[in-house]
Design a protein. Structure first.
Length: 268
């Protein structure tokens, strides 16, 4: 009876050992399958990524531009330094955007990649607010005073008020004109645009408290103190201009520096 029990115990141990061996073998096999699966996936991924980053199929071959009214497509490409072929996955969106934003005309820029080979460039341009003549040059500036471009000769493509008598110093495109006189000029432009649209073309700064605005049709000069006076006493100027046109008065200048009344200066 004792021998039988011992035999039974040995038999049970052999079965347990056999089961553990099968389990170990199964685990090794499963581990091998997983390892092979990872190798296959990794190799496949390497092939895919190698194709994506080297194939000419993903080279940028189409670029669309949106929001550019003043800037040409060639000007944007030159500013962005986009030359030759570029793989769309290698293309530096952030760096290219920063380059485009260095152009004073560009207020904002959004670049997007569209697979497989399309680049979308959407920009928001600044708008011209005045044309300043100073130091024998013309400066196209925004309402905020940012210099957009500088010309040696008058460019009639931009129909803006011509400003004279303003010192811009040595400022270059991209820099800002923020002196008091320019802020007052913008106030005058606001009044002219809303009260006398299309009637005046030039503003001359005489001093910080004296400005001349030039009428487009009959070249009459109007002397004002500032933009606030123009806005508050616009009805006096409108009445005077109507009288001049109706009666064909040979008028040279209208002086509005006298509160609530006008001084008319006739041509000699």
């Amino acid at each position: 009876m004792i021998l039988s029990d011992q035999y039974q115990v040995l038999e049970d141990n052999e079965e347990e050992s056999s089961g553990e061996g099968k389990l170990r073998s199964s685990r090794k096999y499963n581990l091998f399958k997983i390892l092979m699966l990872y190798i296959v996936i990794g190799f496949s991924g390497w092939i895919v990524f190698s194709f994506m980053f080297t194939s000419s199929w993903f080279d940028v071959s189409r670029i669309t531009f949106r929001g550019n009214y003043y800037l040409s497509k060639d000007a944007i490409l030159e500013q962005a330094e986009i030359k030759g072929s570029h793989n769309i996955f290698h293309f530096d969106i952030k760096g290219t955007r920063e380059k485009i934003l260095k152009n004073p005309w560009v207020q904002e820029a959004v670049l997007k990649k569209v697979l497989p080979n399309h680049l979308d460039i959407n920009i928001k341009e600044r708008k011209p607010g005045a044309l300043i003549y100073a130091h024998n040059r013309y400066y196209l500036v925004t309402e905020e005073g940012i210099i957009l471009e500088r010309f040696e000769q008058l460019n009639t493509d931009f129909r803006q008020y011509l400003i004279t008598g303003l010192d811009v110093g040595n400022r270059r495109p991209g820099e800002v004109i923020d002196n008091r006189e320019y802020l007052e000029i913008q106030r005058i432009i606001y009044g002219l645009d809303n009260l006398f649209p299309g009637q005046f073309y030039k503003i001359q700064i005489i001093s910080k408290d004296e400005f001349l605005i030039f009428h487009s049709n009959n070249k009459i000069k109007v002397r004002i103190e500032n933009g606030e006076q123009l806005i508050n006493e616009w009805y006096l100027l409108e009445s005077a201009l109507q009288k001049v046109n109706q009666e064909e008065i040979p008028l040279q200048e209208i002086n509005m520096k006298y509160k609530e009344r006008l001084l008319l200066i006739l041509k000699e």
